[in-house]
Structures are given as structure tokens and as C-alpha cells.
Design a protein around this ligand. Structure first.
Ligand code: NAD
Length: 487
């Protein structure tokens, strides 16, 4: 199985190679095969990418917003037309099941490009009457934005960052995660095919070092990172030193509160989606599931029963529900958390092992795992695991549940299942999170803003809110009378 790209980087409208960069092997974690090798960007590649983005941004900023919108919408159409091919690549890049990638990755990227493409012509300032004098505001692009991606949604992350950035008249240099270098290159190709100026969306490969070099480059106006909290802290600090704008989409340890009156099957389904989709490698997952005492036993029974039916296996098989984790290192990290959970006294209700048998021998698989009897102090209830590990906690009252749910440095997402309308809204209001779902979980359509509070991030992706993070206002005050001066 090979997925070797034409070259490692995509700069100024074409593939670019510099073999002097450290080689990075792309390993398909279902089989251990090396499916591609790219090279980390050398300083020369980074300079070329930044210089070409600076040039492209000038052209793009002078392009009419209607035309910018057309380019983005054409890119969306091309992505949709090539969904199958892009999904197959996404599955190779991430080892996520094709059943998911066909509906969740390129499709969501296309939605973002279409939506921001439609919004682009309407992005402008306003006029401010001042009784004689007046002012107007101009919504200006920031300049060259750097996007740095995590490995769980490589196509979606590239598009969620590029769509608002380009709609607002910026250029972007994007560095994918070193674990998933392939998908963003396709996005770059597609922008060219859609008619974007060369250099408007460049992709350079590399590890954290390349990300840091881009984030601190003198031509960088903004950094948008999707990644872990420790990386976010570093990138945010370096951006502060250069007074650059940021968007930080970071990790979480999100709570789901299931009340006695909830629809049991929906609540179980929500908890499973929010823990097992993408083998649990989703930042907004509800890894702490708080269930009210009255429904707890029934909830656990159904959760275990439905978890048993999850088909783990070859991610390229359309029947597979759950593939391996992205890498063997991630598998080891998750297995280590499972051991810690056991040692600290949580009870495994199902899963907890690397699955046995020939089909799993070479892959980074972990069984979907449910821990029961988890307490707030346990490591598995406090730290982000980023794997298919659900922790079940029990509560008695709403007040107690909300307080415990909020007792975390994170604040990305939260959820509540209840049939009581007032309680649903009350709990959503009280939970400290950038997004809270009532009677559903992990839906992130492009129309609604997405992002975290507390340690989970700064800024918002998607929705109109994203525009505020990719543009700035210039105020022009027009004097209509004589200048009154005491001098
Ligand atoms: P990571 O923090 O290890 O890496 C993220 C990216 O940052 C990678 O491209 C990496 O090369 C780069 N990087 C590392 N050090 C850097 C530095 N010093 N300067 C600049 N760039 C640097 O995260 P990961 O392991 O790839 O992804 C998993 C994490 O991402 C989890 O914590 C998860 O919750 C989070 N995540 C958040 C969201 C969200 O939208 N909030 C979405 C997906 C993943």
C-alpha cells in the first residue's frame, strides 16, 4: 500500500522537495506499513513558503470578495466530487475507518469552504454617523496566517482554518501534524484547481520545530493551532512576544451529564459517539460521563451491550466501526492510562485490552473500553487520554453534578441528556465549556462556532464568530468641519 505524494511540500502552486530535511515516515497504524515518506521543511522551504504567501496575500486582498467566495465554493465542489478518493487517503493517513471518513472529513471541509465562500462577499465594515463628522470601518485581513494541525482530522482541520482565513483575504501556510502529512497536500492542490492564486495556501511538513519556525516568522500575522494544551501554551507565548493574533483549539476532558429522566437509548448513543468515534481521538469527547444514580444500572447495561457490538478491525473495510489509533505510541499511551485506571481502583465494565487475533496483530488497536466506579480524583477522570476510554461516574443532584463537571482546568465541550427542558438549558448555562450539547453530542456543523474556554483554548472556529479571529477593523474618521485647535 503506497500513498507517496509527488513531493513533501506544496509551495507557490506546486509540489516542492528538499531532501535535506529530516525524513518523516507515514506509518499506516492498522498494519505497520510505511505508506509514504516526507521530509521536514528546511529553513529554505519555510522561507519560500512564507515569501510566496506574502505575495499571494497582496493579490488576494485586492481581489473582490465575491471572487474570493467563488474560489472557495469551487474548492468545496471539487472536494465533494472527489470525496471517495480523499476519504480513502484520509483513512490511510489517520487509520480512521472509511465508514467515518466518507461522511465526516472531506465532507466537513467542503462545508466550511462553501459556507465561508458564501459569507465572503458580505464581510465588510459599517458607517458610523457622528453628527457632522462620520467614521467608517473597513474589515481588513490580518496578512499571512499560519495554521498548525493535529493528526485526528487532517483534512477538516486544514479546511476549517483555511476557509475563514481566505474568506477574509488572508493567505495561509499550513503545517500538518507529522503523523498525518498527506491530506493537506490535496487541499492545497484543490485550491489551485479552484483558481486561487499560487501561494495562497501553502503546505510545509515538519515536527514541532517547523511549527515554531512558522509561528515566529516575521511575516506571520496570526497563528491558529489545533493541538494539545502544552503545545498551545508554547505557541501562545511565542505569539505574544510578537504581538500576533491566535486561535488555540486545544484539548479537553469534557463532561456529559445524564439525568434520570433522559431517553436512555439516546443518552447511551451520545456517550458512545462522544467516546468511540474516531477511536476516541476527538478533542471534544465526553470522556467523563456522569450518570444520575436512578438510571445508572440500566445505563451501564445498555452501554456495555451496545459497546460489545462495535466492530473493530481493518479501517479500509466499509463494515468496520472502529480502527486502530493513529500510531503505536498513541496506543501505548492509551494502554498505560487503562493500567493506571485499573490500579487506581476503577472497574473495567468492558474492553481494556489490545484485541487479540491475527487481524489485530500488527495494528495499534485498543478495545473500546468502559470504566465503571470512576471517582473525580482518579487520573483517568482528570487527564486527556485521547483514545476509546469512557469513564462512568455517578451523581445524585444537579448541583453536585455541575460542580464536579466544572472542576477541571479544561473547558472545551459539555453535554446534558434530560427530558426536562428547563433543566437542559439551566445545566448548559452552568457548564464551563465553549460548546454544550443538549440531548445530542459532538455535532459540529460549520454554522455554529466551535472552541474552548479555560485551558481548552482561545478564539472560535466556524460560524460568523471565526471572522473576528481572521480579520481586523480599521476605523476611518472623516472630518467634515474646521479643525478646532487650542494652539
Ligand atoms: P500536539 O500538541 O502534539 O501537536 C499539534 C501540532 O503542533 C502538530 O502539528 C505539532 O507538530 C505542532 N507542534 C508541536 N510543538 C510545537 C511548537 N513548539 N510550536 C509549534 N508547533 C508545534 O497535538 P497532537 O498530539 O497532534 O493532537 C492531539 C491534541 O490535539 C489533543 O490534546 C487534542 O485534544 C487536541 N485537539 C484539539 C482540537 C480542537 O479543535 N480543540 C481538535 C483536535 C485535536
Amino acid at each position: 500500500m503506497r500513498a507517496q505524494p509527488t513531493a513533501s511540500h506544496f509551495v507557490d502552486g506546486a509540489y516542492l522537495e528538499d531532501e535535506a530535511g529530516t525524513p518523516i515516515d507515514n506509518v499506516f497504524a492498522a498494519t505497520g506499513e510505511v505508506i509514504a515518506r516526507v521530509h521536514a521543511a528546511t529553513p529554505a522551504v519555510i522561507e519560500a513558503a512564507m515569501a510566496s504567501a506574502v505575495r499571494a496575500q497582496r493579490v488576494w486582498a485586492a481581489t473582490s470578495p465575491a471572487e474570493r467566495g467563488r474560489v472557495l465554493r469551487r474548492a468545496a465542489d471539487i472536494i465533494r466530487a472527489r470525496n471517495e478518493e480523499l476519504s480513502a487517503l484520509e483513512t490511510l493517513d489517520t487509520a480512521k475507518p472509511i465508514q467515518e471518513t466518507l461522511v465526516a472529513d472531506a465532507a466537513s471541509g467542503a462545508d466550511a469552504l462553501e459556507w465561508f465562500g458564501t459569507l465572503a462577499p458580505g464581510l465588510h465594515g459599517e458607517s458610523v454617523p457622528l453628527g457632522g463628522d462620520f467614521a467608517y470601518t473597513v474589515r481588513e485581513p490580518l496578512g499571512v496566517c499560519v495554521g498548525i494541525g493535529a493528526w485526528n482530522y487532517p483534512t477538516q482541520i486544514a479546511c476549517w482554518k483555511a476557509a475563514p482565513a481566505l474568506a477574509c483575504g488572508n493567505a495561509m501556510v499550513f503545517k500538518p501534524s507529522e503523523l498525518t502529512p498527506l491530506c493537506a497536500l490535496k487541499v492545497a492542490e484543490i485550491f489551485i484547481e479552484a483558481g486561487a492564486p499560487t501561494g495562497l495556501f501553502n503546505v510545509v511538513q515538519g515536527m514541532g520545530e517547523a511549527g515554531a519556525a512558522l509561528a515566529t516568522h516575521p511575516a506571520t500575522a496570526k497563528v491558529s493551532l489545533t493541538g494539545s494544551v502544552p503545545t498551545g501554551a508554547k505557541v501562545y507565548a511565542s505569539a505574544a512576544a510578537g504581538m500576533r493574533h491566535v486561535t488555540m483549539e486545544l484539548g479537553g476532558k469534557s463532561p456529559l451529564l445524564v439525568f434520570d429522566d433522559a431517553d436512555l437509548e439516546d443518552a447511551v448513543g451520545g456517550a458512545m459517539l462522544g467516546n468511540f468515534y474516531s477511536a476516541g481521538q476527538i478533542c471534544s469527547n465526553c470522556t467523563r460521563v456522569f450518570v444520575q444514580a436512578g438510571i445508572k444500572a440500566r445505563f451501564l447495561d445498555r452501554l456495555v451491550e451496545r459497546t460489545r457490538a462495535i466492530r473493530l478491525g481493518d479501517p479500509t473495510d466499509p463494515a468496520t466501526h472502529m480502527g486502530p489509533l493513529v500510531s503505536y505510541a498513541q496506543r501505548d499511551k492509551v494502554m498505560n492510562y487503562i493500567d493506571i485506571g485499573r490500579r487506581e481502583g476503577a472497574r473495567i465494565a468492558i474492553g481494556g485490552r489490545a484485541p487479540q487475533g491475527e487481524a489485530f496483530e500488527k495494528g495499534a488497536f485498543v478495545e473500546p473500553t468502559v470504566f465503571d466506579g470512576v471517582t473525580d480524583a482518579m487520573t483517568i477522570a482528570r487527564e486527556e487520554i485521547f483514545g476509546p476510554v469512557l469513564s462512568l461516574l455517578t451523581f445524585e443532584t444537579e448541583e453536585e453534578a455541575v460542580e464536579r463537571a466544572n472542576a477541571t482546568p479544561y473547558g472545551l465541550a459539555a453535554g446534558v441528556f434530560t427530558r426536562d427542558l428547563a433543566r437542559g438549558h439551566r445545566v448548559a448555562a452552568a457548564l464551563q465549556a465553549g460548546i454544550a450539547w443538549i440531548n445530542t453530542y459532538n455535532l459540529t456543523p460549520v454554522e455554529e462556532p466551535f472552541g474552548g474556554v479555560k485551558a481548552s483554548g482561545v478564539g472560535r472556529e466556524n460560524g460568523r464568530a471565526a471572522v473576528e479571529f481572521y480579520s481586523q477593523l480599521k476605523t476611518v474618521h472623516v472630518g467634515m468641519g474646521r479643525v478646532e485647535s487650542p494652539y
